[in-house]
Design a protein around this ligand. Structure first.
Ligand SMILES: [Zn+2]
Length: 451
């Protein structure tokens, strides 16, 4: 498959070119074989998913092909909660070598299980993502994702080792120590949440470490939070890197389900030889065409401990099958536009927080941290976008009015803008950034807005 790329191609090598650049027909044949294998395994495990398959008339993997996927039963987070902790296992309990979990937006824990084979698969998926960002043998990877039940830290850690890179397992927080380690170890790849990358970039700049003064970073692999193109521009400029998106969720395997290549930096290649991907209408559950936003839905055809058929993620994105200059044939997904659960309904208008981010961060005078408040103090629901002036941007009263105008034009909705003093918007050192809050009463007045 390497022959698909010309000899003078300077693209960084793929970790698994035989899989990542597989011609379409061969990929489809592999997916069909694996889907049938999954169905046979689920039926043999005789759990919840086996029951649903039989109810839909499937009694053997041989009954189905790829075209039948939209007719197969789906799974959702509720199934994991209902079967907590080990009810969905498709292997004997003693084959589970690790568990991970997520707190989830609803606050209830989700627990997922891995066999040795699952950990090996996950490591390879994260190695693919790091290689796609230009990392290889010996590349220093500064891994500032949190280590623990959360899949970010250990997922990237195992992937870096699988690739033969040199991983620095710094985890989140203790930013001053991170700055020292970056200065001393000269990493080329930074892995963390995009919100922490902003925090770290500001701390590096304060310490005098910039591209001009020899900051070593070349690429960032940022995930666990939805982020926009405008945030990408901020990260590229602040850190002097190519900021790349990585996508995953613990229910499917963790980070490494899909990731961007540094060649195009334009859409995340889905590792669809292991994770069949669909986009569904979030209301009807029917497949939507390529290019139309839909709910990402994954079928984990090779996972052992916790294989899931058509897992509905709640994340909204589009798919594009057009060829990528990097040579990968894997379909690309757009950045996640929002979560089904995160959609705000304000006076009958549907708004994703990412749409607000796009407007705010499109304005250079606005700092990169912001907070969207759903203000229910008056009995209705109004949106307030709280942001700070970027360091060095000129003072003036036009900023607030300009942003309010742009938000109204973009969203078709009035959003009040509060320019708050520097340091007012909460920062995140560990875990995911909180970008939306609901105020129902008792909250303090907003400086610059309430008086
Ligand atoms: Zn690519």
């Amino acid at each position: 498959m390497l022959a698909m790329r010309s000899d003078n191609d300077s693209s960084p090598p793929m970790f698994e070119p035989d899989a990542e650049a597989l011609p379409a027909e061969q990929l489809a044949a592999l997916q069909t074989r694996r889907l049938r294998g999954l169905i046979d395994r689920l039926l043999a495990a005789d759990g919840l998913q086996a029951g649903r398959l039989r109810d839909s008339g499937v009694t053997s993997g041989a009954d189905v092909g790829l075209d039948d996927l939209p007719r197969l039963p789906t799974t959702a987070k509720q199934d994991l909660w209902d079967s907590y902790p080990f009810g969905l296992l498709a292997v004997p309990r003693d084959r589970v070598v690790a568990v991970h979990g997520s707190s989830g937006t609803g606050g209830r824990p989700t627990l997922v299980a891995y066999t040795k084979g699952d950990i090996a698969l996950w490591s390879r998926m994260c190695a693919r993502a790091l290689a796609a960002a230009g990392a290889g043998r010996g590349t220093v990877v500064h891994n500032a994702y949190g280590y623990g039940l959360f899949t970010g830290g250990l997922g990237i850690h195992q992937g870096a080792i699988e690739l033969g890179a040199t991983v620095v397992p710094v985890s989140g927080g203790m930013t001053a120590r991170q700055v020292t380690l970056i200065a001393d170890l000269q990493p080329e790849v930074l892995t963390c949440t995009p919100s922490y990358a902003i925090r770290l970039g500001e701390a590096l700049a304060e310490a005098g470490l910039t591209k001009e003064s020899g900051l070593s970073l070349k690429a960032g692999v940022f995930g666990a939070e939805p982020w926009t193109q405008e945030m990408r521009s901020r990260l590229n400029e602040l850190l002097g890197i190519t900021a790349l998106d990585i996508y995953g969720l613990s229910e499917v395997i963790g980070p490494g389900v899909a990731s961007e290549c540094i060649v195009a930096a334009n859409g995340l290649h889905v590792n669809e030889d292991h994770f069949l991907v669909e986009t569904l209408d979030p209301v009807t559950g029917e497949p939507v065409p390529h290019g139309t936003p839909g709910e990402l839905t994954f079928t984990t055809v090779t996972k052992e401990a916790l294989p899931l058929l058509r897992y509905r993620t709640g994340d909204i994105a589009t798919l594009r099958p057009d060829p990528c200059p990097c040579g990968r044939t894997l379909v690309r997904m757009s950045k996640v536009m929002g979560r089904k659960d995160d959609m705000l309904v304000i006076r009958g208008v549907n708004v994703y927080p990412s749409e607000i981010e796009r407007v705010l961060l499109g304005e250079p005078s606005v700092a990169s941290d912001y907070l969207v408040v759903v203000d229910e103090r008056g009995g209705g629901s109004d949106l307030i976008a709280c942001c700070e002036r970027a360091a060095g941007s000129p003072p003036g009263n036009q900023l607030r009015g300009g942003l309010e105008h742009d938000l109204r034009e973009t969203l078709g909705l009035r959003v009040a803008v509060a320019i708050v003093p520097p340091g007012t918007v909460p920062r995140t050192e560990v875990g995911k950034a909180v970008r939306v809050r609901r105020w129902s009463g008792g909250e303090p007045p907003v400086p610059g807005l309430d008086g």
